[in-house]
Ligand binder design. Structure first.
Ligand SMILES: NC(=O)c1ccc[n+]([C@@H]2O[C@H](COP(=O)([O-])OP(=O)(O)OC[C@H]3O[C@@H](n4cnc5c(N)ncnc54)[C@H](OP(=O)(O)O)[C@@H]3O)[C@@H](O)[C@H]2O)c1
Length: 244
């Protein structure tokens, strides 16, 4: 038996219309999992759906910063064997420019949306199977911060703390909760960083990463590990990827 096999498992992937979430959905389907993909952009979500290996997949468009959006996602969901939380926004600004609006926007997308979605999944409908595995995509920046990242990094640090408590609360049900914390990966989010700062800044980041920039597959393969039985004795961890 292949401990990484996801055949017959149903996995929800947020942020699946782009970048890491998209690649996680593709790789999960390659390991035999059925994927429910979600994001806001209908066209890009449909593109992801076309990229999946054949299976019983579904695509649901939803804005997860809105309670109605969370309901429209969760109302028709089957029981889940795993959730990958890849929703996020990289809104960077030096500390002196942080406003109430910046805090609200970053925390709503990068923290609150995942927390409230989880409450709904655990709530009345009990949409998580026993032995469900939750994988939160945090960031290496909570260990190695960068200038301008105060809100992004604070929201990720809060998410890591939440994921650890969740691991303790859900362990009696056999549900596991782990974070993975990638260094910079080649995705649209990195292109945005290059646009907001400069190619030079991205080059400096690349030089600092001992193994260079990551590929989305590097993250997706690790996510498969955490979703699968290969990691069935691992919970409350935070695995750093690509950092030194
Ligand atoms: N790329 C990196 O180098 C890197 C490194 C470390 C950690 N991460 C983390 O990995 C995660 C994915 O990053 P990425 O590079 O794949 O970013 P990305 O390409 O910008 O994707 C972000 C995803 O979040 C979704 N999203 C944003 N706001 C949403 C909302 N209100 N409701 C529902 N979905 C929403 C987007 O959906 P729509 O586009 O459809 O709105 C998109 O699918 C993020 O949490 C990021 O912080 C990334």
């Amino acid at each position: 038996m292949n401990a990484f096999d996801l055949t017959g498992r149903t996995i929800l992937v947020t942020g699946a219309s782009s970048g890491l979430g998209r690649q996680c959905a593709i790789t999960i389907s390659e390991y035999g999992g059925n994927v429910i993909i979600t994001g806001r952009n209908k066209e890009r979500l449909a593109e992801t759906l076309r990229m999946l290996k054949k299976g019983d997949h579904q695509s649901i468009t939803a804005d997860l910063t809105d309670q109605n959006g969370i309901s429209s996602l969760t109302d028709g969901l089957p029981k889940l064997n795993g959730v990958v939380y890849s929703i996020g926004v990289s809104d960077l600004s030096p500390a002196r420019f942080i406003t109430e609006e910046t805090i609200t926007k970053t925390f709503k997308i990068s923290y609150e949306a995942s927390v409230l979605l989880t409450s709904r999944l655990l709530g009345k409908k009990k949409l998580m199977n026993d032995a469900c595995s939750l994988v939160f995509i945090s960031s290496i920046s909570t260990r190695y911060p960068f200038v301008g990242g105060a809100m992004y990094i604070s929201a990720k640090a809060a998410l890591e703390a939440y994921a650890r408590v969740l691991a303790l609360e859900l362990a009696p049900k056999g549900i596991r909760s782990n974070c993975i914390s990638p260094a910079f990966v080649k995705t649209p989010m990195l292109d945005e960083t290059a646009e907001n700062y400069s190619q030079e800044a991205v080059k400096k980041i690349e030089e600092r990463q001992v193994l260079g920039l990551g590929e989305p597959e590097d993250v997706a393969n690790t996510v498969v590990f955490f979703l699968s039985d290969a990691s069935k004795w691992i919970t409350a961890t935070n695995l750093i990827l690509g950092g030194g």
